[in-house]
Write a protein that binds this ligand. Sequence first.
Ligand code: BYC
Length: 333
Amino acid sequence: MYTQAMDLPNPDGSPQLASVDLEAREAAFNDRAGRGEIVEARDWMPEGYRKTLVRQISQHAHSEIVGMLPEGNWVTRAPSLKRKTILLAKIQDEGGHGLYLYAAAETLGVSRDELLNALHTGKAKYSSIFNYPTLSWADIGVIGWLVDGAAIMNQVPLCRCSYGPYARAMVRICKEESFHQRQGFDLLLTMAKGTDAQRAMVQDAVNRWWWPVLMMFGPHDKDSQNSELSMKWGIKRITNDELRQQFVDATIPQGELLGVTFPDPELRYNEARGHYDFGPIDWTEFWNVVNGHGPLNRERLAARVAAWDEGAWVREAALAHAAKQAARERAAA
Ligand code: BYC
């Protein structure tokens, strides 16, 4: 636990720090974060640390709730009651992940309304992967296997993130993501044991999702403007490129088990490195998608905004109920 005594407050109650104190505090903070100590919501933290966390946690929360949309399209078309139940549970989990993460972001002094407003007005980022279409049932399996697989690879180290509320949210999220990945692999294994048409559907889905999944880990380390500080502060523990490599190494043998190939002629095991080599990523495509020009950016945002607008009556009813309840309690006091 990382605590500090407050300095003399300003007239408005906020802490007053001489610049020399601020520098000393930042140095002490960096030291402690570097040693792996956990920072809590009430602890002093540099403004840059707070902003980076709000940025990453809110992008992560937005990814979870936008991530419900591509799979939501398949609920009515799931091939059996069992698969439909599993899919519904997964989508609900993702809604829950969004809630834990928005709550973690709120501990840093931002409101959920501000964050959602940034998403709905197109100012906030969310994971590039959810701007691609889900064209067949095999896509649902591939999202579980590859997209959740990539998410787990990225999120397990976040359970050791220096910010306590984010790290604790990630523990539960990772447990649920493991189930998501497992069900995706199980779905694909069932299809792989099926007809030629089913196997072709699986292969087609892998061909379309493979490269966008590798992009989920973000730009190369040399181009990642946030990594250096995030690593120094213990927000990120492993770099974008290292995680991408770990993901490729773990996934190729799983693909062999499914009997699929990957759409990369340069993919091969490199004995000397002890890792798989893989071909270059199309960063032009990545930045196009991140900057709003992917295949389905417009549709995803429009679906989110429509869901928000259509839910207005629920928020109004909840507020009216809370106001009535508070009035009753005041009258009884
Ligand atoms: N998509 O300096 P960098 C899931 C942005 S969903 C869009 O390396 P950082 C799931 C980045 O934000 C998975 N934008 O940034 C849900 C930055 O822009 P700003 C979501 C991307 O933050 C449902 C700029 O590019 N997981 O689990 O150090 C169903 C430069 O990048 C992307 C998380 O959010 C991208 N792929 O590293 C199934 C995990 N990549 O903000 C699954 C938490 C980069 O400077 N987030 N950008 O304008 C992270 O670990 C990190 O934020 C990232 C990027 C590794 C994603």
